[in-house]
Design a protein around this ligand. Structure first.
Ligand code: NAD
Length: 574
């Protein structure tokens, strides 16, 4: 068991003390506890780590235009203080990024529960959200910012791996991929393509974002000239060499220009912040200062300009699709915004989740992740080795761990994403907890996942689009997921609302559980990592996916579902 000696009142580490000028948070590392338990210390380090990786840390904005880790700096300081004082039989309650109460509960209860950006359905509109946010009553938490689970840009690889498998014989070598947006999530695109051997041209309006991705090892080149960038890409495609170029430009200018020139990529998608035409998507023809001025003076006019650009951007994606490119929406709601802007056929572009990810969900597989709270990269290497040994026959895991160990540079606390399924997550979690207990790792490990996961989200224009039984908009599942994970003793459980205009389009749930090496942690891990992915399998079995029914049966989930369901193998089962 790791050191839990320092239980006295402690003060924040130097990095968390308010200082003059912009605040920079860095997660604590090493064996010293500032909290009374490793469970609370782990959650504090996760909060700090989320901000260490933030795109706009001064504003507490982590990624996805406005996804925040805390309501404001006063709330952040109170969260830190509350976590440091929290006893193991207490639960801290967080309402949209603001701590509101601590209750005595039970040592087996979550230490933190939170609800973020939830608005009663009939009121869940962009206008109401912006008004409530302006009044300081809510914030948007994205998926993993509001519940302190963000680990940087690692998570996008499996979509491109599935595309390579399905369309190009297992590799993107000699293939040209065009996209836009190199922010917190979008920044992973170039590396995800080059890991598959392909060539990526990613258009990004802000050169500082391109430089950040180059510094972090996610992108190779910056270009400010379309002709130069295309020449680089064409040469690499011809040589079948992997290459990534971040092109400074506006997607609403560059993609239509590519279409006009008759350039047809093999694959095209988008990760600009099209979900938010006020604070995210930058309209063509406006400099950053002009955008800021228009936002302050006339946000509706800015939104109209952004929608106009999104329409042009979408028209180019549709032209690529008509010319034979593999085109998909990457979860930024660009199709919805384009349709608002008059592009009536925007929804002929499929959503990536239904097209490539759903088969994984049927087996409870999703972007599971773990974080070395010690800060020691060797802990991740040890867990990599454990995972490779444990899942030697699982090609999804072994191929990814090999690539990730070679290519992924850690941002913030060392962390690893791996697409593990139902049963696998609990198995690895328990083994890691035992290794922590034996002192084989430098410190405890936190386990968590994206809200993009089987049982954790209802989002009819993304994860749950075109469910075979029509249950796209049923949001019982993420709510049940959160309730069940509390019952199964997870350490942090969160319920998030969100979507376009930050409300009304989705409901999701988050979970974190901490391996501190104790037997009690072993129980929490085994139970919560089983319920979490297990409910995901049940959700897809209930919708009629035979693969999910089989997984439920094979893994011994006690369901009340029929044994045989219609087979949807034609929808891309793996
Ligand atoms: P972010 O705010 O960190 O970055 C967005 C980037 O887009 C910024 O760098 C911005 O400069 C750039 N941009 C905006 N308008 C542009 C334009 N017209 N042309 C070129 N570049 C432009 O956001 P993020 O975290 O990278 O998320 C991007 C989108 O992806 C969001 O809509 C988000 O909701 C969605 N998302 C998808 C997934 C997924 O798993 N597929 C996960 C999280 C978020």
């Amino acid at each position: 068991m790791v050191d839990t000696a320092m239980k006295d009142r402690a003060r924040p580490n130097a990095e968390t003390v308010p200082a003059a000028g912009p605040r920079r948070i860095r997660a604590a590392r090493g064996p010293t506890l500032r909290c009374r338990t490793w469970r609370a210390e782990a959650l504090l380090r996760m909060l700090e780590n989320t901000l260490e990786n933030a795109e706009k840390p001064d504003e507490l904005i982590v990624y996805s235009a406005r996804a925040k880790a805390a309501r404001d700096w006063a709330s952040y300081d109170r969260l830190v203080d509350a976590l440091m004082r929290l006893d193991e039989d207490e639960t801290l309650v967080v309402q949209s990024g603001k701590p509101v109460a601590v209750f005595r509960t039970h040592v087996a209860a979550p230490m933190v529960v939170m609800a973020t950006s939830n608005i009663v359905p009939r009121w869940a509109t962009a206008e109401v959200f912006y008004d409530l946010e302006r009044k300081g009553l809510t914030m948007w938490g994205g998926y993993t910012a509001g519940d302190w689970q963000y680990i940087g840009s690692q998570g996008i690889y499996q979509t491109f791996a599935a595309i390579a498998r399905e369309h190009f014989g297992g590799t993107l070598a000699g293939r040209f991929v065009v996209s836009a947006g190199l922010g917190g999530m979008g920044g992973a695109q170039p590396l995800a393509v080059t890991m598959q051997g392909g060539v990526a041209l990613v258009v990004e309006v802000d050169p500082a974002r391109i430089r950040r991705r180059i510094d972090d090892g996610y992108c190779q080149h910056l270009s400010a000239d379309l002709d130069d960038a295309l020449a680089l890409c064409r040469a690499a495609v011809a040589r079948r060499e992997a290459l990534s170029v971040g092109l400074v430009g506006n997607a609403a200018d560059v993609l239509p220009e590519l279409a006009r020139r008759g350039v047809v990529p093999d694959v095209a998608t988008d990760q600009t912040t099209a979900h938010d035409p006020r604070h995210g998507y930058v309209p063509a023809g406006l400099a950053p200062l002009e955008v800021a001025a228009l936002r302050a003076a006339d946000p509706e006019a800015l939104e109209a300009r952004a929608l106009e650009s999104i329409a042009a951007h979408m028209a180019a994606l549709l032209a690529f699709q008509d010319a034979g490119a593999v085109v998909f929406e990457y979860g930024n709601n660009i199709r919805v915004q384009a349709r608002r802007a008059g592009v009536s056929d925007a929804f002929t572009v499929p959503i990536f989740t239904q097209r490539y990810i759903r088969p994984f969900f049927c087996r409870g597989i999703g972007p599971f992740r773990w974080i070395a709270l010690s800060g020691d990269p060797a802990d991740i290497a040890r867990i990599d080795a454990l995972a490779l040994e444990c899942f030697a026959d699982n090609h999804i895991v072994t191929s990814w761990i090999g690539l990730a160990a070679k290519h992924i540079r850690f941002e913030g606390l060392p962390a690893r994403i791996a697409w593990l399924g139902h049963g696998e997550r609990a198995r690895l979690g328990v083994l890691v907890n035992e290794a922590v207990g034996r002192g084989e790792l430098a410190g405890p490990v936190a386990f968590t996942r994206d809200h993009l996961d089987a049982g954790a989200v209802a989002q009819p224009y993304r994860e749950t689009e075109n469910m075979p039984d029509g249950s796209d908009a049923i949001s019982d599942w993420p709510l049940l997921n959160a309730l069940l994970n509390c019952a199964a003793q997870a350490d942090l459980v969160a319920i998030h609302g969100g979507g376009i205009g930050y409300t009304g389009y989705r409901q999701s749930a988050g979970i974190t559980v901490v391996a501190d090496g104790s037997p009690a942690a072993g129980v929490r891990i085994e139970r919560s990592l089983t319920t979490d992915s297990g409910l995901g399998v049940v959700r897809y079995a209930d919708a009629g996916y035979a693969e999910a029914v089989r997984t439920a049966r094979d893994t011994g989930i006690h369901t009340f579902l029929p044994d045989v369901a219609p087979d949807h193998r034609e929808e891309g089962m793996i």
